[in-house]
Design a protein around this ligand. Structure first.
Ligand code: PLP
Length: 504
């Protein structure tokens, strides 16, 4: 940190948090004592443009953290364990070993506060990390708000989202344990492409079951996976028993995430050299994503800001948990007191409309039972919902944090989300993925509230990916074809009725 502040002092003494006038003067005198050729009001590094840009909008690069943070260590009440789907007894490590390598099973159950990031993983993180923390000055201006808006941008990864933060360590641990093949499912393709990218770096074979409808309609994500060397099957496929059964009943089945999970899991369970990878929901996935929040804490410190509110979108909960958990640690330590707000689509509102109960992770009911906010394991959001954030449940760990009252949740309809995304794209330049449009819409709501009250709040938001392969949903919006769904209480109630009854 000392070297960091020194660098900062060279850039702009006024940006150092907590500097008194005298300290700043002393520093200017110190800097002035060097035989500088041209005296400038803002001392520059040799690359003056870069120094100016940093002082303006983008927080300086910081070191990548060398440990992930496990929020479980700091929770007064520990989260309830996953249960075996047949016995309803807590799952044992050996129950999970057909699907996951030992190290990830250990991380799943770990109560250690910090877990070291392996050097090989750090080395790959360096391809795109640290990711930028950017002040959305132009968005602030157009909203005419006194709020200061910062966004942590994960779209700079090779796959274009936060998902490689966990794909890389997952593949690394599998490679360490001699696994040759990994399998997974993918809906829109963000997770499948992230896993394909990670496998290409470690030389593992990657097979992805992509939901049929998306396989046909979204060829570019499939081509990314194939470019990175993955084998992609439309799901349902005739390779698995589950897939064949479904095709027999309905040869033109469009597939679903639940079916694709069952196919990938079936292949992993049947082959000793093959494991299964999941892109969200599980404890170890949220753990890996805390690299986002750890970096962001240092970046906020470097610009002398403390967030008053942290906003992120939640599908399975991994990008939101990744950004917010390290800040929750600081909050529990009494250092800061931000409001922490999850945003979900009104079309799939697991936190705001679901129940907190033990439920299956997949549609077929093959996975362990997890206590989470759920809409019921056979809930499928309406197909006119523009994409992303379609999972019926919420990460058990995030659900637990929500139950403990450490965060809040709201839902926002999709047209408001895309309206916000267009405003964001036209001021900040970045075209957001459909998922973080929810975080942007909530950020805009908060910034406009600040305009009413005159509060100069610091809003921090998670911009977890770009939308370059989701332009079809922008086309829908721009052509006025996007509509909001009327909320279907009845549909949710029907699906809630099918949640298994477990007394816990
Ligand atoms: C997968 C994905 C999500 C949803 O998953 P979380 O686990 O809730 O983060 C959100 N945004 C992007 C860009 C994604 O790829």
């Amino acid at each position: 940190m000392a070297a960091q502040s020194l660098l900062y002092a060279n850039l702009n003494p006024l940006l150092i948090s907590g500097s008194t006038g005298n300290q700043i003067k002393a520093r200017e005198q110190f800097l002035g004592s060097f035989p500088l050729k041209a005296k400038t009001t803002r001392p520059r590094l040799s690359n003056g443009c870069r120094a100016r840009a940093a002082a303006n909008a983008v927080a300086l690069p910081v070191e990548i953290p060398c440990q992930w943070y496990n929020v479980i260590a700091d929770l007064s009440v520990k989260p309830p364990p996953p249960l075996h789907p047949k016995t309803f007894e807590p799952v044992k490590p050996e129950d999970l070993s057909p699907l996951f390598p030992d190290e990830l099973i250990k991380q799943e159950a770990s109560t250690d506060r910090f877990i070291d990031i392996p050097d090989e993983v750090l080395d790959i993180y360096r391809l795109w990390r640290p990711t930028p923390l950017i002040r959305a000055k132009r968005l602030e201006k157009i909203l005419d708000t006194p709020a200061r808006i910062y966004y942590k941008y994960e779209g700079v990864s090779p796959a274009g989202s936060h998902k490689p933060n966990t794909a890389v360590p997952q593949v690394y641990y599998n490679a360490q344990e001699g696994i040759k093949n990994v399998v997974t499912e993918t809906g829109a393709g963000q997770w499948g492409s992230s896993l394909a990218f990670a496998c290409s770096l470690f030389g593992l074979n990657c097979e992805v079951w992509q939901v049929r409808a998306s396989y046909d309609q979204k060829p570019y994500r499939r081509l990314m996976m194939q470019t990175w060397g993955a084998k992609v099957h439309p799901s349902p496929s005739d390779i698995t028993e589950v897939g064949r059964k479904i095709l027999q009943m309905d040869p033109s089945s469009p597939g679903s995430l639940g079916i694709a999970i069952s196919e990938a899991a079936e292949v992993a369970a049947a082959n000793a050299d093959t494991k299964y990878c999941l892109g969200s929901v599980l404890n170890h996935v949220l753990l890996h994503q805390t690299v986002i929040g750890e970096e962001c804490i240092k970046q906020m410190e470097a610009v002398g800001e403390t967030p008053d509110i942290i906003i992120g979108c939640t599908g399975g909960g991994s990008n939101f948990g990744g950004l917010s958990f390290p800040f929750i640690r600081e909050k529990l330590n009494g250092k800061i007191n931000p409001v922490i707000r999850a945003v979900e689509p009104t079309a799939c509102p697991s936190l705001t409309k679901g129940v907190y109960a033990y439920d299956f992770g997949d549609t077929a009911g093959m996975t362990p039972l997890m206590k989470m906010h759920t809409l019921g394991h056979d809930f499928i959001p309406d197909p006119i919902h523009a994409g992303g954030l379609r999972y019926h449940g919420m990460a058990p760990l995030l659900s637990h944090v929500y139950e403990l009252g450490l965060m809040e949740a709201i839902s926002i309809p999709q047209t408001e989300c895309f309206q916000g995304a267009i405003q964001f794209a036209r001021t900040e330049g970045i075209i957001p993925a459909p998922e973080p449009t929810h975080a942007i819409a909530a950020t805009i709501r908060e910034a406009l509230r600040c305009k009413e009250t005159g509060e100069a709040k610091v809003i921090l938001t998670a911009m977890c990916g770009h939308g370059h392969f989701d332009l079809a949903s922008y086309e829908n919006y721009l052509q006025g074809k996007m509509v909001d769904l009327s909320f279907e209480e009845k549909k949710i109630q029907e699906s809630l009725d099918k949640i298994p009854r477990v007394i816990a």
